[in-house]
Ligand binder design. Structure first.
Ligand SMILES: [Zn+2]
Length: 357
């Protein structure tokens, strides 16, 4: 009987951990992205983030940046599973929102770029509420009353089982409910990391490199996982004595006064890179930006991820040393851009986010 239970546990583990697209930018990648972002927040955004986080994390956004990976297989959140990545046509090496941003069943907007749009739009409603928006302590304080058309869009987006006509829906679900802005913040922070992992915008047939089996130094891995975690873990072990703080400081040093300080301005189209996260950008540009982030990722995936890879081969020092700078830079970009987005969303503005084209 014990053996049966053990086998069952192992099988469940395989189903949950080994499915297509089940892996994600590693815990370490997400934590560093969120720490970099939080350090660049303006006072208004820092306060909003603090208000939205549950008290037990004591204002530390990075403590919950991996939450969307932890809940993606829960029944309630299964609809979020396709929001972690984008499948693009094999070898096209381009991203086209209307062509590529959908889930395996063809539902529009259900990809990581659509998720960033969705949760950014939701967070814009923060300004309408009271100052106390902590869902955990007072769920009613999370309510953000919104227009009914947005509400129905949201219900559909959230994957509720909808088979009736919209008119019936309005009757069934009236009055409109709320957005959960704490969840929106956690999803946005996580997906801004994922969209910068080049293999999260990969080819369709190999599931972003997940089915390309190979070896990383001495152990078995796959191409997707190399980019999610192996490169980061090898760097942590070999270069930073397993100290993530040192790794993060190195990344931050590179964009404040190091190798990226010259080109950082181009990350956000700002004249001065360090001023970018502090700028209030027109919301319209946010929409252009997340399609650009996805396009950058598939471009890097083609040039540095897939190029020259033979299934079954062993990747080691050469691959690590040439790709590590790209991984570090994408973590930095994710952090800087998350800060810019949150500073814009929680800043003063009077514009609406337009629909994606
Ligand atoms: Zn993810």
């Amino acid at each position: 009987m014990k053996l049966f239970v053990l086998v069952l546990i192992l099988l469940v583990g395989v189903v949950f951990l080994g499915g297509p697209g089940a892996q994600a930018w590693s815990k370490e990648g997400h934590i560093m992205t969120c720490r970099i972002a939080q350090a660049l927040l303006r006072p208004g955004a820092a306060e909003a983030v603090h208000n939205l986080l549950p008290e037990y994390v004591k204002g530390d956004l990075s403590a919950l940046c991996t939450w969307p990976d932890q809940i993606r297989h829960w029944y309630k959140y299964r609809w979020t599973s396709s929001l972690h990545f984008i499948d693009t046509p094999d070898n096209a090496c381009t991203f086209d929102y209307s062509r590529d941003c959908h889930d395996p069943h063809g539902s529009e907007n259900r990809c990581v770029a659509g998720a960033i749009k969705n949760f950014t739009s939701q967070l814009l409603h923060y300004q309408e509420g009271t100052s106390d928006r902590k869902c955990q302590s007072k769920p009613e304080n999370c309510i953000s009353w919104i227009g009914s058309s947005e509400f129905w869009e949201q219900r559909k987006f959230n994957g509720f089982e909808i088979s009736t006509a919209e008119g019936n829906l309005k009757k069934e679900f009236s009055p409109p409910k709320e957005y959960n802005l704490t969840e929106a913040l956690l999803f946005l922070s996580h997906f801004m990391g994922d969209i910068h992992q080049p293999l999260h915008v990969g080819f369709t047939s190999d599931e972003g490199g997940n089915t390309i089996q190979l070896r990383w130094f001495r152990h078995k891995s796959n191409l997707h996982h190399v980019w999610d975690r192996e490169i980061i873990l090898t760097a942590l072990k070999e270069m930073y004595g397993k100290d993530m703080d040192l790794f993060q400081e190195d990344i931050q040093g590179n964009f404040t006064h190091g190798i990226w300080s010259d080109d950082m301005s181009s990350w956000e189209d700002c004249d001065d890179l360090l001023s970018c996260p502090n700028k209030f950008l027109p919301l319209f540009f946010l929409l252009l930006y997340y399609t650009r982030y996805a396009a950058e990722s598939i471009n890097l995936a083609c040039k540095w991820g897939y190029k020259g890879i033979t299934p079954g081969e062993t990747l080691a020092d050469d691959y690590f040393s040439s790709r590590f700078p790209i991984v570090a830079k994408r973590i930095a970009q994710g952090g800087v851009r998350l800060a810019m987005t949150l500073n814009t969303v929680f800043g003063e503005h009077d514009q609406e986010i337009p629909s994606p084209t």
